[in-house]
Ligand binder design. Structure first.
Ligand SMILES: [Zn+2]
Length: 173
């Protein structure tokens, strides 16, 4: 297993709508293991494959950040079946360092995804788990949490993103 470099805004890979996983092979399982290690090392509670430069619909979420193996969720080709309620809370992103803001999302979701062997399963999630999963599914569609902001929050974050982009100029992706 290896800790992979995390792609930082404005890296264009963060805007890619990732294609579905079609081969459930050792390469996929190796990538998932590396992503879990990368997420825990960051530390963070979620990571999408595009954040490590791989354009494929694979994401990992672990609200315990490695403390409780039962909380690790690995999602291949995830799809939201139902969403209900609204909740607002502060989010950040490993690809957008030092920027966080309040984002409104569904409070609970039902999800269908595949595991690393290609077996389909459904999952109910609410509150922080729902939020983390929706954040990662957004990544697989090239959407960032800052895209959900409106009004003054959007203006403020736009300035912060410009500064972040300027600070990244000349940094190899
Ligand atoms: Zn993120």
């Amino acid at each position: 297993m290896a800790v992979l470099p995390i792609r930082i805004y404005p890296d264009p890979v963060l805007r890619v709508k990732c294609p579905e996983v079609e081969r459930f092979d050792d390469a996929l399982r190796g990538l998932a293991a590396d992503m879990v290690e990368t997420m825990h090392a960051a530390p963070g509670v979620g990571l999408a494959a595009s954040q490590v430069g791989i354009e494929t619909r694979l994401a990992v979420v672990d609200l315990s950040v490695g403390k409780d193996p039962e909380q690790l969720v690995v999602l291949v080709n995830p799809e939201v079946l139902e969403a209900a309620g609204r909740a607002t809370d502060v989010e950040g992103c490993l690809s957008i360092p030092e920027i966080s803001d309040k984002v409104e999302r569904a409070q609970r979701i039902r999800l269908r995804a595949s595991d690393l062997e290609g077996r389909s399963f459904e999952l109910d999630a609410e509150d922080w788990l729902a939020r983390a999963i929706l954040h990662e599914i957004d990544h697989l569609d090239g959407v960032l949490f800052v895209d959900h902001l409106r009004g003054l929050r959007r203006e403020r974050v736009r300035r912060q993103l410009r500064r972040l982009a300027e600070s990244r100029e000349g940094v190899p992706a």
